[in-house]
Design a protein around this ligand. Structure first.
Ligand code: F3S
Length: 754
């Protein structure tokens, strides 16, 4: 048995008592999110109500999941904590380091050949410290978690921002940086600002071409990439119950794209069906016993405005299929309206590639609905005008889909079946011709479509849609094809139309798998050795960060980032993924994607020592070598995107003392704190405009760093004039200790030693 039924039984045995205590403490009925949060308090039963969006609260998550790119740094950090085993059930999943090029088998073998050092490291650390290990090819972390580990009412954290996918099975699952995961692995509490709550009431029922994906594409259009920040989105209503568990997973997955802390759904029959279909009758039986604690209270859903901070209502019967993009997932357009927008914005209408997969949409149901369109294409003598690729979500999905003939259907349409892995979703795509940087359009069922993300080409316009819509549009080769109204001409010159997609919520003959790709750890790992070669280019043992100090004076500007600055801009993925376990090497990508506000160019900043322009990493290294601290300034929602702590460790490693922005994405802000840096926001947003390229900066009162007390920064301009600005922060006492000790890990080590 891969899942931990004893742990689940323990959680459920405490749930009723803890939820009831929370009701008393808060004096009101509870949402599902509150039930899970209050039943996972580090201190046990609730004795008071927490203030949403304000109070920092310690939680005790039930599980941790890490993917191969982030696990390297997380486990390198955990190795420093001096523990024998992880304190909480943990798994590692090898899914990010597999490049899509030729097809599943060849690509997997290439990945094993090129990354064996990393895979062996992850396998041996997992074995040593009691961590479940999922081999390359086993599947995408969030699909594997949904199939094996997620359980209604549970709380998990994961070192990937789409950990939130497990909300599809009624969890509170949150993406964190590796440093947060290390805390919990080491037996410490996990701290989170008590989230606000957004309720999404789903009325009506999905039908025809409209899929669960369209719910979140619509929500993204409403909330934008910032609208969910600091909030949990809870879906409820008859429309929610009528949806499959994997469809719910899709919706929760892309909650990350609106910045939400996580998203979740109440336990229902679709979840029970999914648990049973994936071999977890015991979990379903246990959940049924406490079902009313695994969903929000009736009073809450009857009067949502009274209990949620914001309520959105969507009638699924009226919802239209959407296409979101390009370059941002919140630019939502109903399918029939995309032509006008594309023409107005000069987006290429010809579609070059259709891609189905990623943790968002790679379930059996997704493949079966897309296959129903592919089959019609073959039957109606249509060929795919665009190239077509698929990454199944897991070996279990792939094996079952192959057995049931779904993969044959795609192959009849010349589709490339890539490895069960992230592939093009994370830039692991050796796309022929991408280096020419030609303007082109692709459509995929993934979650993110930032510039360069899929193929490294900044001129690739990536649009996001449901798997069935991706299939239809890829076959038509036209972005403005609307399968509900438009006809296509087939090989015989006859006009044909697609019928509505059909599919299976769950495989009619049940799931099957030969080798799921799981390796359980040995009981006692004390004799397992973990090897990191000193001259390795891929892995580097960590050294403790030295505290930045009581004050920061004479700092120089490293970069004032202009506009969107995601973790992809700060620490690019794609070819850099191979250095995720080597801090010094990966630091050579520091902020190379960020736009310099002064020349609007990327990776070209002025070095104040020489006056010359250089790359961001070289300039940072020059300041560091000269003993000069540097600062980074940024715009709104700085650090949105992924949970990768490299985006915080790299500037820390290269001597950046503070990142000062208009606003932060939550995970990145926490990551900066964990690495012992300053993550600050302008008290007055307009002060961003005061920052000049050749300024010098002095912190005035950092030696009095305290919760709820703004800091003061003196800006000394080249002409001798000065500005004093106020900077806000969200550090609590403990986080200030992280800063003072040099990092959160330094504090853990200190506490372990004492
Ligand atoms: Fe992988 Fe893309 Fe999901 S990188 S974990 S498939 S968001």
């Amino acid at each position: 048995m891969i899942f931990d039924i004893d742990m689940i039984k323990k959680v459920y045995s405490q749930m009723a008592e803890r939820v009831d205590a929370a009701k008393v403490a808060t004096g009101k009925p509870l949402t599902l999110a509150e039930k899970i949060l209050y039943s996972h308090l580090w201190d046990g039963k609730a004795t008071k109500a927490f203030k949403r969006g304000a109070d920092y609260v310690d939680f005790a998550p039930d599980r941790i999941a890490c993917q191969d790119a982030t696990a390297q740094m997380a486990l390198l950090q955990f190795m420093q904590a001096g523990k024998k085993k992880v304190a909480v059930p943990t798994t590692v999943h090898c899914d990010h380091l597999i490049q899509a090029k030729i097809g599943a088998d060849a690509d997997l073998q290439n990945a094993i050949n090129s990354s064996s050092e990393v895979f062996n490291f992850l396998a041996s650390v997992s074995n040593k410290y009691g961590i479940g290990f999922w081999k390359p090819g086993a599947g995408i972390i969030h699909q594997v978690v949904l199939e094996n580990y997620a359980f209604p009412g549970g709380m998990m954290i994961g070192t990937d921002s789409h950990t939130v996918n497990a909300g599809g099975l009624g969890m509170i699952a949150i993406g964190v940086g590796g440093a947060d995961a290390v805390d919990v692995m080491a037996g410490m509490a996990w701290e989170l600002k008590f989230p606000k709550l957004i309720g999404v009431k789903l009325t009506g029922k999905l039908s025809g071409w409209t899929a669960p994906k369209d719910v979140i594409l619509k929500v993204a259009g409403i909330l934008t990439v910032k609208g969910g920040t600091g909030a949990i989105i809870e879906y409820f209503g008859e429309g929610a119950k009528a949806m499959s568990a994997t469809g719910k997973g899709t919706i929760c997955n892309m909650g990350a794209e609106v910045g939400a802390t996580t998203s979740t759904f109440g336990y229902d029959e679709s979840m029970e069906r999914y648990l049973r279909a994936t071999g977890r009758d015991e979990v379903a039986d246990e959940a049924n016993k406490i079902a009313k604690y695994l969903t929000g209270d009736d009073e809450v859903y009857a009067n949502p405005e009274q209990y949620f901070d914001q309520v959105i209502e969507i009638n699924l019967s009226e919802l239209k299929p959407h296409i979101n993009g390009p370059f941002t997932p919140d630019l939502a357009t109903p399918v029939g309206e995309i032509r006008e927008k594309a023409l107005a914005n000069d987006w290429p209408l010809k579609v070059e590639w259709g891609l189905i997969g990623s943790c968002t949409n790679s379930s059996y149901e997704d493949l079966s609905r897309a296959a129903s369109i592919a089959k019609q294409a073959v039957d109606k003598k249509l060929s795919a005008k665009a190239e077509f690729g698929i990454n199944p979500g897991s070996e279990q999905v792939r094996f079952t889909a192959e057995r049931d003939g779904l993969l044959d259907i795609f192959e009849n349409l010349n589709t490339k079946i890539f490895t069960n892995a992230c592939g093009p979703c994370i830039g692991q795509w050796d796309r022929a011709g991408a280096d020419k940087q030609e303007k082109n359009t692709i459509i995929h069922s993934f979650n993110r479509n930032f510039s360069k993300r899929a193929d490294g080409n900044p001129n690739t316009h990536a649009f996001v849609a449901s798997p069935e819509m991706v299939a239809a549009i890829a076959i038509s080769g036209k972005l403005d094809f609307n399968p509900i109204t438009d006809k296509l001409i087939n090989a015989e010159g006859v006009e044909v139309m697609f019928d509505e997609p059909t599919g299976f919520e769950l495989p009619p003959k049940g799931f099957a798998v030969d080798d799921p790709g799981y390796v359980a750890p040995v009981e006692d790992g004390s004799n397992v050795s973990v090897v990191v070669k000193p001259d390795s280019k891929r892995l580097q043992l960590l050294e403790s960060f030295v505290p930045i100090g009581e004050n920061v004076k004479g700092a120089k500007l490293l970069i004032k980032a202009f506009g969107k600055c995601t973790t992809d801009h700060i620490s690019m993925a794609g070819p850099w993924l191979k250095y995720r376990g080597h801090l010094d090497n990966i630091s050579n990508n520091l902020l190379i994607g960020a736009v310099n506000a002064f020349n609007k160019e990327t990776n070209k900043v002025q070095n104040q020592i020489t006056g010359e322009y250089g790359t961001v990493p070289d300039t940072a290294r020059a300041y560091k070598a000269a003993g000069i601290p540097s600062l980074v300034f940024g715009d709104h929602n700085y650090g949105e995107g992924s949970s990768r702590e490299h985006a915080a460790m790299e500037p820390r490693h290269l001597g950046v003392a503070a990142v000062i922005v208009k606003s932060f994405a939550r995970i990145h802000e926490t990551n900066l704190k964990k690495q012992g840096m300053l993550g600050l926001t302008f008290a007055n947003e307009n002060d961003y405009d005061l920052i000049k390229e050749d300024d010098t900066f002095n912190f005035i009162d950092l030696n009095e760093f305290a919760p709820n007390k703004p800091l003061t920064l003196e800006i000394v301009h080249k002409d001798g004039t000065k500005d004093l600005i106020k900077l806000n922060h969200t550090y609590n006492e403990n986080q200030i200790e992280w800063y003072k000790e040099g990092s959160a890990l330094n504090l853990i080590k200190k506490e372990n030693a004492s």
